[in-house]
Ligand binder design. Structure first.
Ligand code: ADP
Length: 193
């Protein structure tokens, strides 16, 4: 299955993607994780992306489209993938459709995790506290100022992606305010699994 997970930062896309990997046996493709790996490795893309990401803005469409285009050709994507954090702009959604079409493929489902915005900052703070308690490294963009920009970026550039898929009749919305298990179950129902 080829699936897109949509939702604001802190909606739980990563958590649910991890569960879907097991259930569907396809990889999670997180552009955020891939970009963070590029930053850590100091690649040219990473060097270009770091300041943009830290500020909570979007890296250019052509960069992420290029990353995904290459990644979905890998053998582990042959039976499908879960896109997490991509597409984040309508232009990326259009590029994705075109890219899949040239490969003779199309999406099976677009799932949006719908979350009350007031809950998101609290979730980010909780993630930071848990990461520190576990001795991990807090994401450079998990601070109140960058998070505010991430939410604004989401509203301005990514919310229209949901509308784009809804217009095409491809969007399935799931209540992301319920427990992790309930959200997983609701996604399963939406996918007919
Ligand atoms: P979030 O918790 O906000 O969903 P991600 O890990 O998905 O975070 O992404 C972190 C950052 O990486 C984003 O704020 C953005 O700078 C960059 N990024 C990730 N995916 C994309 C994308 N599809 N287009 C542009 N920038 C992206």
């Amino acid at each position: 299955m080829r699936i897109v997970l949509l939702g604001p930062p802190g909606a739980g896309k990563g958590t649910q993607a991890t569960r879907l990997i097991e259930k569907l046996g396809v990889p999670q493709l997180s552009t955020g994780d891939m970009l963070r790996a590029a930053v850590a490795a100091g690649t040219p893309i990473g060097l270009k992306a770091k300041a943009i990401m830290d500020a909570g803005q979007l890296v250019p469409d052509d960069v992420v489209v290029g990353i995904i285009d290459q990644r979905i050709d890998a053998p582990d994507c042959a039976t499908g993938f879960i896109l997490d954090g991509f597409p984040r702009t309508v232009a990326q959604a259009e590029a994705l459709r075109a890219m899949l079409a040239t490969k003779g493929l199309k999406l099976d489902a677009v799932i949006e995790l719908v979350v009350d915005e007031n809950a998101l900052v609290d979730r980010m703070r909780k993630r930071v506290a848990e990461t520190i308690a576990a001795g991990g490294t807090v994401r450079a963009d998990d601070n109140p100022e960058s998070f505010k920009t991430r939410l604004e970026t989401y509203r301005a550039q990514t919310a229209p992606v949901s509308a784009h898929y809804a217009e095409r009749g491809d969007l399935k919305q799931v209540d992301g305010m319920r427990s992790i298990d309930e959200v997983t179950a609701a996604i399963g129902t939406a996918l007919g699994r």
